[in-house]
Design a binder for this molecule. Structure first.
Ligand code: COA
Length: 265
């Protein structure tokens, strides 16, 4: 039994498949554009997934065939003052919630993945796209720039030149090109997208949640720390994993030639 059932959120459909939960943004008539209500409900859904021990891996995706997320809801930009916009951007954000979640987060990119949608995918740990998906940072077309991490996470992932081209042209690319750039990790036909994503999620979810959390933390730190500090952090986190009950169990199970049973302690 879950400690708490999934919250009821009109704009986020929450599904469970064993140790994986799928958080589906449910605004297909607006191409799953991120308005304030969607962002707030996505934060609530992520908080629930993080707080629920039975959830080992989180998948974020969009409802419908057309869009993963078509970016920020542009209609809100038209009515907000600068101060309101700044307050929104200084508050707790979905991008950071995904990047710092102590569980793996997979972006399942089922269609248009634009602007804040691409930035959310960039904040995730793994990106799996449908062949039919389109990815881009189109903000420059509106005479604005990415504001959800795109100018920082995109070049770290695909290099400065390719990021410059995407951000300065505002032109979208298809998933084959995205795969070549390393912007996505896997591309499959839309009909196979959920199956493939759940396979990858299950291959993670079977492991100790402590080891998953520490591995994610160490890998993410590699983007920010000088090598020696990163290696020192890795040693510390290795020892934490080593001293956990799960760490003991993993080693014992291997030596006893039996499957491990991880309690997450
Ligand atoms: N913000 C607000 N509304 C959006 C939106 C966004 N980012 N993206 C799509 N919508 C709305 C459209 O306004 C339209 O609403 P309406 O039916 O009330 O007129 C509805 O979603 C469907 O969009 P439409 O353009 O008709 O769908 P499409 O399938 O032909 O095209 C896109 C899809 C994603 C290519 C196109 O909608 C688009 O370019 N969106 C904007 C993307 C963008 O610039 N994002 C970054 C913002 S910073």
């Amino acid at each position: 039994m879950d400690a708490t059932p999934p919250p009821t959120l009109p704009l986020i459909r929450i599904d469970r498949v064993e140790g994986t939960t799928l958080l589906r943004i449910d605004r297909p008539e607006k191409r799953n554009a991120l308005d304030a209500a969607t962002r707030s409900q996505l934060l609530s859904a992520i908080d629930w997934a993080v707080a629920t021990p039975q959830v080992r891996v989180i998948v974020v995706t969009g409802v419908g065939e057309k869009a993963f997320i078509a970016g920020a809801d542009v209609s809100e930009f038209a009515t907000r003052t600068v101060l309101e916009q700044r307050t929104t951007m200084e508050g707790r954000r979905i991008f950071d919630a995904v990047a710092t979640a102590p569980k793996p987060v997979i972006a399942m990119i089922n269609g248009y993945c634009l602007g804040g949608g691409l930035e959310l995918a960039l904040a995730a740990d793994v990106r799996i796209a449908a062949t039919e998906a389109t990815l881009g940072q189109p903000e420059i077309n509106l005479a604005i720039i990415p504001g959800g991490g795109g100018t920082q996470r995109l070049p770290r992932l695909i290099g400065l030149g390719a990021a410059m081209r995407m951000v300065l042209t505002g032109s979208a690319i298809d998933s084959a090109e995205a795969l070549g750039l390393g912007l996505v990790d896997d591309v499959v036909p839309r009909a196979d997208l959920e199956r493939r994503t759940l396979e990858v999620a299950a291959a993670m979810a079977k492991h100790s949640p402590i080891a998953l959390r520490l591995a994610k933390e160490a890998l993410r730190a590699s983007l920010e720390l000088p090598l020696q500090q990163g290696l020192a952090l890795e040693r510390e986190l290795f020892c934490l994993a080593f001293s956990s009950e799960d760490g003991r169990e993993g080693v014992q199970a291997f030596l006893a030639k039996r499957p491990p049973s991880f309690g997450g302690r």
